[in-house]
Design a protein around this ligand. Structure first.
Ligand SMILES: Nc1ncnc2c1ncn2[C@@H]1O[C@H](COP(=O)(O)OP(=O)(O)OP(=O)(O)O)[C@@H](O)[C@H]1O
Length: 269
């Protein structure tokens, strides 16, 4: 799942509960949290409106015309990416719990054998929830399509001087790393973003290596002597890393040798 750009808080999706509230068993870690009452379906637009109210406090120093222009732009988007079943999930005949209704909404069914579903089925029938998002991407979505449909525009906005925040959010194994980082053969949104940023500054790069970052957003210009020192330090770090890697490879080889010897001894070879 991916939330982008802006910030999300708690339940960022729209939700149409079918269950009676009293029958919903809440996980213990949120048992003490009071849910605000919801009358009827809540969709992503309502949540965006709530969040926009909160953000208006942060941006209270903007003048009204600026604020109106921000409000008129959709500045919070929550996108959902549904990943395909992994090989092991296919082997274990995992159930299809998510079905895409249209480009902005999905229907979620609880797993048949989960306790919460079995209990709720006894009381009110199968537990089904509807969630809405700014956009839903199905399992067949490629990395390129996902980037083009979600992150490309905010990166373009960033290049034009606007602040944008993009983050992934989801349970373990949901596909956050795959979406952000991707694989060597099929890169994710982070390398695609970097590619776009570097392409945009192509030809404007400063060719000398005499700037050094200082305290996050500052930098200093190095003298020729300092440049030589920096290069020497970098080279010694690289040499050290190479030695450590070689040493650990040798240690692994030694362990494998010892293991082989022990096995051969046990087998009486
Ligand atoms: N869109 C996709 N297409 C194909 N495979 C995917 C996709 N998304 C995720 N996967 C695969 O699903 C598995 C879990 O994905 P991933 O490691 O990205 O999850 P994660 O959310 O980062 O998990 P964790 O929070 O535990 O780090 C990986 O094997 C990954 O290759």
């Amino acid at each position: 799942m991916v939330a982008m750009p802006g910030q999300s808080k708690g339940d960022v999706t729209g939700m149409e509960p079918v269950l009676d509230k009293a029958t919903i068993i809440r996980p213990s870690y949120i048992a003490s949290i009071e849910l605000s009452p919801r009358n009827g379906p809540v969709n992503v637009e309502d949540l965006k409106a709530d969040l926009s109210d909160e953000f208006s406090l942060v941006s209270s120093n903007l003048d009204i015309s600026q604020r109106n222009s921000l409000d008129s732009k959709e500045h919070i988007q929550v996108c959902l990416r549904i990943r395909p079943f992994t090989a092991s999930e296919k082997e274990n005949e995992s159930q299809d719990c998510v079905s895409i209704q249209d480009s902005t909404s999905i229907i979620l069914k609880g797993p048949k054998n989960s306790m919460i579903c079995q209990r709720s089925e006894k009381n009110v029938g199968q537990m089904v929830q509807k969630f809405t998002f700014s956009r839903v991407f199905g399992p067949e979505t490629t990395q390129e399509e996902f980037f083009d449909g979600t992150v490309k525009q905010p990166v373009q906005d960033f290049l034009e001087g606007h602040n944008r925040l993009i983050f992934t959010y989801g349970v373990t194994n949901a596909g956050k790393t795959y979406t952000f980082q991707g694989t060597e053969a099929d890169i994710g949104i982070l390398p695609r973003t970097m590619d776009m940023l570097f392409k945009s500054i192509h030809g404007k790069l400063y060719p000398d290596m005499d700037f050094k970052p200082l305290r996050c957003k500052d930098y200093i210009r190095l003298t020729k002597e300092q440049v030589r020192e920096e290069i020497a330090v970098k080279n010694s770090i690289l040499r050290l890393m190479k030695e450590v890697r070689q040493q650990s490879n040798m240690d692994v080889a030694k362990c494998l040798d010892m293991e082989t010897c022990r096995n051969e001894k046990e087998d009486g070879i």
